[in-house]
Design a protein. Structure first.
Length: 145
């Protein structure tokens, strides 16, 4: 299995990480633990990273795609200003569909429990299809996206 993955990587380590995550999901599903199923999945996965991104987005639930878009835009556009905190991410997601200031304020205070820090931290990875992760630094205890 490892040689098959290495042959398909073209030196792109992010591709390997995403593929291994997908293969592990299949490997731990009781009804599909056959090595044949895992190899079939590997053969179906796109080789190019941009095609893989599209594959990830397309397999997401359409009901969560807006939040996914907001999250990916936020993270991709925040390179210059540093890593956004989870509180900031949860607030942006909470107000992302609001049309007025009043709706946004109500959303921040009323719906914040839905977009709480713990929910956002747990949901960042699935919401982004594995493209974004929230990790806690063991030394300073801060969570980085």
């Amino acid at each position: 299995m490892v040689p098959n993955i290495v042959d398909r990587t073209a030196g792109v380590f992010l591709w390997v990480k995403l593929v291994v995550n997908d293969l592990l999901k299949v490997a731990f599903v009781p009804e599909s633990t056959l090595l044949v199923d895992i190899k079939r999945l590997l053969e179906r996965l796109p080789l190019e990273l941009d095609e893989y991104y599209e594959y990830i987005i397309n397999r997401m639930s359409p009901s969560h795609r807006w939040e996914t878009y907001v999250l990916l835009e936020l993270v991709s556009r925040s390179r210059d200003s540093g890593t956004p905190g989870l509180g900031y991410i949860s607030g942006v997601i909470a107000v992302s569909e609001c049309r007025t200031y009043k709706n946004a304020t109500n959303s921040l205070f009323k719906d914040l429990k839905i977009y709480s820090l713990s929910n956002v931290r747990l949901g960042v990875r699935p919401l982004s299809g594995g493209l974004v992760e929230a990790l806690k630094d063991p030394e300073d205890g801060r969570v980085y996206v």
